[in-house]
Design a protein around this ligand. Structure first.
Ligand code: GDP
Ligand code: IMO
Ligand code: MG
Length: 425
């Protein structure tokens, strides 16, 4: 069984937790896009692990973890993370693989990311994570990027020097500090030896695994509404976090995919700038942030919070072909008198959008249309069987399902591994 797992909203749906849960039945977990802009949290017992580049399956000994060709990988972030994973007591040797085709996020990509963000006028800022993601992908599609395999080549450090010179011109134009080429050379020299043991032809590895009948789990980072094609462009990331990206980012054919699982938070959050139709700037939004612990796992920024948006989720269901939903954070809604679901966006002239508009300007003229359901006013985190949930909680979940399509596969009622109800997967 090969499963693609994607985020259905604006990220931070709980993908890390669900990946960890599903890894039990998988042999290989592969990241296929994004980079260290991701922050995936897994809670086991009283220990909290946050992963940025290393697949969230790593907490299961013996499972293979792959950084696919579609990822942009900052070698320093990765080295730090590998050390951390080892310090947690997990062995990586022989089961961690980095694609030689993956692109690298270099120090100058990070500098350009920050300088570009600073130069954008108010209203045009994206609120990036500052991890160099946009500039690294720009270099990739502009055909001047650096691939992981390049570190093995004898002219690697000369390429570093040349790239720093080019980047300095861009940084100067942005009015930012330039970088010293020789310092960069010094910085990157020890990295080569540290990463070399993990660099391999992961496409070959993926295909050998599939031919041997192994189960592969594709770990999406970011989410549908942050997709460079399907999201709220330009307030998006620079990759394809949607299901199609699993193939282009790992070298596996669409025919090898058996099912798609979408991770859906039972309310909505967003970090960074950009439209968010159901955002709450009132006490209810504050309650969601407090109960949900909605602070970025990568940047620590407070996440914007709002009611569940069925327009977004239905769109995500279609774009990804979601078979099963992993619904998360039901427990965060436990204390509300009533809960709301947005079913459409009403324009000032009365027209109601049932699907997400491409033109973001339209959203300025829209108000969300809400359905209000009674809350359940009791704790759900201890519940281990779906039937034992309060009736109103079940009604809420079932109404969401009715509006968005797909089946319910997993329901999460708390951060820890144990607070996960397996339903249809
Ligand atoms: P990801 O980026 O999609 O992996 O999600 P993050 O890890 O950035 O954010 C999800 C946060 O919610 C983390 O702090 C998780 O520990 C937590 N979490 C996941 N599922 C649940 C849940 O069902 N209930 C609660 N209360 N917290 C959850
Ligand atoms: P996970 O995998 C939430 C957001 C940033 C910014 C936009 C572009 O943990 O769900 P980038 O640094 O990618 O150029 O920033 O995308 N963003 C995320 N938001 N979760 C993430 O990852 C995100 N990765 C990027 O806040 O708005
Ligand atoms: Mg996250």
């Amino acid at each position: 069984m090969n499963t693609v797992l994607v985020g259905a909203q604006w990220g931070d749906e709980g993908k890390g937790k669900v990946i960890d849960f599903l890894t039990e039945e998988a042999d290989v977990v592969v990241r296929f896009q994004g980079g260290s802009n991701a922050g995936h949290t897994v809670v086991v017992g009283d220990k909290k692990y946050v992963l940025h580049l290393v697949p969230s399956g790593v907490l299961h000994e013996g499972k293979h973890c792959v950084i696919g060709n579609g990822v942009v990988m900052d070698p320093f972030d990765l080295m730090k993370e590998l050390e951390q994973v080892e310090s947690w007591g997990f062995e990586l040797k022989g089961r961690f693989h980095i694609s030689e085709r993956a692109h690298m996020v270099m120090q100058w990509h990070r500098a350009i990311d920050r300088a570009e963000e600073a130069a954008r006028p108010a209203g045009r800022k994206i609120g990036t994570t500052g991890r160099g993601i946009g500039p690294a992908y720009a270099a990739k599609v502009g055909r001047y990027g650096m691939r992981v395999g390049d570190i093995l080549k004898p002219n690697f450090l000369d390429v570093v020097r040349a790239q720093v010179e080019d980047a300095n011109r861009a940084l100067e134009a942005l009015g930012a500090h330039t970088l010293d080429a020789e310092e960069m050379v010094k910085l990157y020299t020890p990295m080569v030896a540290a990463l070399m043991p993990y660099v391999t032809d992961t496409i070959q590895f993926m295909h050998e695994s599939l031919e041997a009948g192994k189960s592969v789990l594709f770990e999406g980072a970011q989410a549908t509404m942050l997709d460079v094609d399907f999201g709220t462009y330009p307030f998006v990331t620079s990759s394809n976090p949607t299901a199609g990206g699993a193939c282009t980012g790992s070298g596996v054919s669409p025919r090898a995919i058996d099912r798609v699982i979408g991770v859906l938070k039972l309310y909505t959050t967003r970090v960074g700038e950009g439209p968010f139709p159901t955002e709450l700037k009132d006490a209810d939004g504050e309650t969601l942030r407090r109960r949900g612990g909605e602070f970025g796992a990568t940047t620590g920024r407070p996440r914007r919070c709002g009611w569940f948006d069925a327009v977004v989720a239905r769109y995500a269901q279609r774009v990804n072909g979601v078979d099963f939903w992993a619904m998360t954070k039901l427990d965060v809604l436990d204390e509300f008198e009533t809960v709301k679901i947005c079913t459409g966006y009403r324009r000032d002239d009365g027209f109601v959008y049932q699907t997400f508009p491409a033109d973001l300007a339209v959203l300025d003229r829209c108000e969300p249309v809400y359905e209000e359901l009674p809350g359940w006013k009791c704790e759900t985190s201890h519940v281990t069987r779906y039937e034992d949930l309060p009736e109103n909680a079940r009604k809420y979940v079932e109404r969401v399902l009715e509006l968005v399509g797909g089946k319910l596969g997993v329901l999460s009622v708390g951060p820890a591994r144990e607070t996960t109800l397996r339903i249809g997967v």
